[in-house]
Ligand binder design. Structure first.
Ligand code: NAD
Length: 519
């Protein structure tokens, strides 16, 4: 049945995880057609307060269920995602306009893997850690580090991956023993509501996971109510979230925008570099935080690389068809089409040439931009310096690898990056000089699927990371414990102070720390 699914067209969606609200509603569109497919409540601060109270009330029992109890529900949910794959893909496609394959490869497979991964690994990452200390005053005492859930986590999601980029963070927060309120993007709330149904069917206790639909103000209200906020979205909104969180000293983790460079060294396998650059530049319509956004190619292989990318880009099929019939879908967020157009027009006005595409697409309504290849680009152009977040691939010729590295690092962002070269040691050495949270050699983007490998942005691309130990420990309070098991009634340094004891202690400290040589 792959790809033959009916488009899901709910009339009015009222999240049954949310309290009844007098809130106004907002419309959800299918961006591939421009048709309104649902309305959701725009929840206000009072609704969020009630949801927060509910989440806090049920959290202790969820924590008490232990890792095994929580894992049972998360593993059931992994199976649920696979059993309901076609329905979930239909919902995702209906509100994002992405292709069947984009939804399958980067949403379903990631989501299902994440439910299983955190169910299996949460306990390992959050197990008590014994600590050894060289401090003399704690000799013989038990020292350990433990991770206790923070309580109530707020997750704010973007529109480009409504499953992956929202649930990817909710799952470890839940596995750690927290309650979660998810505020999905107002552009794509339906996937979250669908998954909330699944979690309910899989037995998650009422109130442990809630979806708060609404506009930006709903997200701002959530920041005020939770113990930690996990935000994924633009750098501009991330700064606002951090400012709001400062008032309540709420910890934040921010996964923000990017402008990922891809460097092609002169010894690269040009076919692989061209295929990878094109695929991860156009994948999900270029609307991936770690999309290939700009390419730097060393002079000796530039013409060959451009010819190969151009030929492959011309063959791309764009549209809203069933699986296997199209390669690139629509834009998801209508104003994003204007941004992409602005970047392409700005580049053209400054001397860039369009080799493929370069126009808004036409497909029975909706929001489209053609897969576009640009050359003769430089860093005076928006297409090379600002996040385009669309199906564009600007390619710049560079003299040598030093210029490539300099250009790659000439950006406020530092999310992902790629380096292509057959001499692996050399390509890896170049990769180590790129200022990015993640770098791939002879690859791009796929590092995101390794849930053991941390993923987080450098510079203006974020704060903190997801995946790996840090991806779950951030939802916990690190608690240091010291346990004195065997002891005298009174330690020697305790009151009353005496000159005799002070002299002894002083000699002891000199013996311990005063015997080294001074340079
Ligand atoms: P956005 O910043 O416009 O919105 C993100 C979320 O924030 C939405 O749910 C929105 O309603 C909410 N919001 C808006 N104003 C708010 C406020 N004042 N307080 C709290 N919440 C508020 O981002 P977007 O356009 O939905 O997503 C695209 C951006 O996300 C791109 O820049 C992309 O690179 C980035 N992104 C980053 C990652 C990553 O892992 N680094 C992943 C996906 C997307």
């Amino acid at each position: 049945m792959a790809g033959t699914e009916e488009q899901v067209k709910p009339e009015v969606v009222v999240p049954d995880t949310a309290p009844p609200s007098s809130a106004s509603e907002f419309a959800v569109e299918n961006p591939a057609t421009g048709e309104v497919i649902a309305h959701c409540p725009n929840l206000g601060p009072e609704d969020i307060k009630k949801m927060a109270a509910r989440g806090r009330e049920v959290q202790p029992a969820w924590e008490a269920l232990g890792f095994e109890g929580r894992a049972r529900i998360l593993k059931r949910m992994q199976k649920w995602v696979m059993d309901h794959q076609e329905e979930v893909i239909a919902v995702i496609r209906s509100e994002t306009g992405k292709t069947y394959e984009d939804a399958l490869i980067a949403e379903i497979s990631y989501g299902a893997a994440a439910f299983g991964f955190w169910a299996t690994n949460a306990e390992k990452y959050l197990a008590d850690e014994k600590v050894k200390s060289s401090a003399v005053l704690v000799k013989g005492k038990k020292l350990l580090l433990r991770y206790r859930p923070l309580g109530l986590i707020g997750v704010i999601g973007p529109w480009n991956y409504p499953l992956t980029n929202s649930f990817g963070d909710c799952i470890p927060a839940l596995a750690a023993g927290n309650s979660v309120i998810l505020k999905p993007s107002e552009i794509t709330p339906l996937t979250s509501l669908k998954l909330a149904e699944g979690l309910k069917e899989c037995g998650i206790p009422d109130g442990v996971f809630q979806v708060a639909t609404g506009l930006g103000a709903t997200g701002a209200a959530l920041v005020d109510e939770v113990d930690m906020i996990m935000f994924t979205g633009s750098t501009a909104t991330g700064k606002k979230v951090m400012k709001t969180a400062a008032d309540t000293l709420t910890p934040v983790s921010l996964e923000l925008g990017g402008k990922d460079p891809l460097i092609v060294l002169k010894d690269a396998d040009v076919d692989r570099a061209a295929n990878t650059a094109l695929y991860y530049g156009m994948f999900n319509g270029g609307q991936t935080c770690i999309s290939v956004e700009r390419v730097y190619v060393e002079e000796p292989v530039y013409d060959e690389f451009v010819a190969k990318v151009t030929e492959k880009a011309r063959a791309l099929r764009q549209g809203d068809g069933p699986s296997g019939s199209v390669d690139v879908g629509s834009m998801t967020f209508p104003p994003q089409v204007d941004i992409v157009e602005k970047h392409v027009e700005d580049a053209k006005a400054k001397g860039a040439r369009v080799l493929v595409g370069g126009e808004r697409g036409q497909h029975n309504g909706g929001y489209w931009y053609e897969p576009t290849v640009l050359v003769d680009v430089d860093h005076t152009m928006l297409a090379m310096t600002e996040e385009t977040f669309g199906p564009t691939l600007p390619i710049m010729k560079v003299r040598d690898e030093e210029e490539a590295i300099k250009m790659a690092n000439d950006s406020p962002y530092g999310l992902g990056a790629s380096v292509f070269g057959k001499d692996i040691a050399h390509a890896e050495a170049v990769a180590r000089r790129v200022e990015a949270g993640a770098v791939c050699v002879n690859d791009a983007l796929i590092n995101y699927s390794a849930l053991e490998l941390p993923m987080g942005g450098a510079k203006a691309s974020g704060l903190g990371s997801r995946h790996g130990a840090g991806g779950i420990r951030k939802y916990t309070q690190q608690q240091a414990m010291l346990v004195t098991r065997f002891a005298t009634k009174k330690d020697p340094h305790m009151y009353p102070y005496s000159a005799k004891m002070t002299t002894r202690l002083s000699k002891f400290f000199k013996f311990l720390y005063g015997r080294g040589k001074r340079d």
